[in-house]
Design a protein around this ligand. Structure first.
Ligand SMILES: *[C@@H]1O[C@H](CO)[C@@H](O)[C@H](O)[C@H]1NC(C)=O
Ligand SMILES: *[C@@H]1O[C@H](CO)[C@@H](O)[C@H](O)[C@H]1NC(C)=O
Length: 290
């Protein structure tokens, strides 16, 4: 009897398991103590993040680190079908304004096997970044590609074009260092067609090099306010194997104003950015079990 029951539970669990693996990048504007104490905002955040297997969270601003721990605790309380963990960058930025990049991930489906930050040392060719790009290497037995690297970056608005070009160098360094082609660059790159002149695009290697595939196009709107229409947040894929693992046309902004039935004002309390997301196919073995 107990065995039958357990079997039924597994079947039920499989039904609730998604048919793909979702990765998002989400700039949660100024995520710190005030937001972590706001029930409405936190309720929305856990709904948004619990849709994703890995969330690359940006603009975490809390020098004690308690806001992100509160977020994780509430996420784990909200979604019992998975266990969430996180990997945070150092506090990034010149001067007193600091923020962190954080990977929030389902530890039952994916593990972090390595990570690094770029531009920390004085001698580094990547010292020009206002905030060091943060890379993590993931292993997941459930995805069609079991090893991949996510490179998370929040570009400085003053140095966007230069930083985008430098990210190309970071990618080449990662290819060498970790002996893999399969990289995804994601985050708030401030890379809006409206702000970067055509002449600047032509000099950005990340943009013109044929090995990089920009999955979020220039015409997308990743901003919440209806006054703005900018594709700040991007997902860029390098490596044929990883590109093949991406579910076609799955990359898009997630409009949580619409999905959660919020007013624009309520949505702006959560963030001024929508997450951008993309799905990876599951491993064939995993799909058969569904
Ligand atoms: C970055 O975005 C801001 C708006 O948030 C804009 O004013 C600025 O010109 C952008 N910078 C670049 C280099 O595109
Ligand atoms: C998001 O959804 C809201 C509510 O449906 C809509 O008014 C808004 O135009 C949408 N924004 C984008 C960028 O699609």
């Amino acid at each position: 009897m107990a065995q039958t029951f357990a079997f039924l539970l597994i079947l039920l669990g499989a039904q609730f398991m998604a048919s793909s693996f979702k990765i998002c990048a989400f700039n949660i504007r100024n995520f710190g103590k005030a937001k972590a104490a706001n029930r409405k905002v936190m309720g929305a955040l856990v709904q948004i993040l619990s849709r994703c297997d890995i969330s690359a969270v940006q603009e975490v601003r809390d020098f004690k680190g308690s806001a992100i721990r509160v977020l994780l605790r509430q996420l784990n309380r909200y979604d019992h079908s998975h266990r969430y963990s996180y990997l945070e960058s150092k506090r990034l930025g010149h001067g007193s304004y600091k923020e962190q990049n954080v990977f929030v991930y389902r530890m039952d489906l994916v593990t972090v096997t390595d990570w690094c930050q770029f531009g920390e040392e004085d001698s580094s060719p990547f010292k020009a970044f206002v905030r060091s790009p943060f890379a993590a290497r993931f292993h997941s037995p459930v995805t069609a590609i079991s090893d991949f690297v996510l490179l998370l970056h929040h570009a400085s608005p003053r140095e966007t074009a230069h930083e985008l070009d430098l990210l190309f160098g970071v990618c080449m360094e990662l290819v060498q260092r970790w002996k893999t082609q399969n990289l995804m660059v994601l985050g708030d790159l401030n890379a809006s067609g409206a702000y970067i002149p055509a002449s600047a695009w032509a000099g950005i290697r990340l943009r013109v090099h044929l090995d990089f595939h920009w999955l979020i196009g220039d015409k997308e709107d990743t901003t919440v306010s209806h006054w703005t229409c900018c594709a700040y947040d991007r997902i860029i894929v390098h490596g044929e194997e990883l590109l093949r693992a991406v579910v076609a046309r799955s990359a898009k902004p997630f409009n949580f104003t619409h999905a959660l039935g919020l007013s624009e004002e309520e949505a702006l309390e959560i963030s001024d950015h929508y997450p951008v997301e993309v799905n990876l196919r599951l491993a064939p073995r995993v799909q058969r079990e569904l």
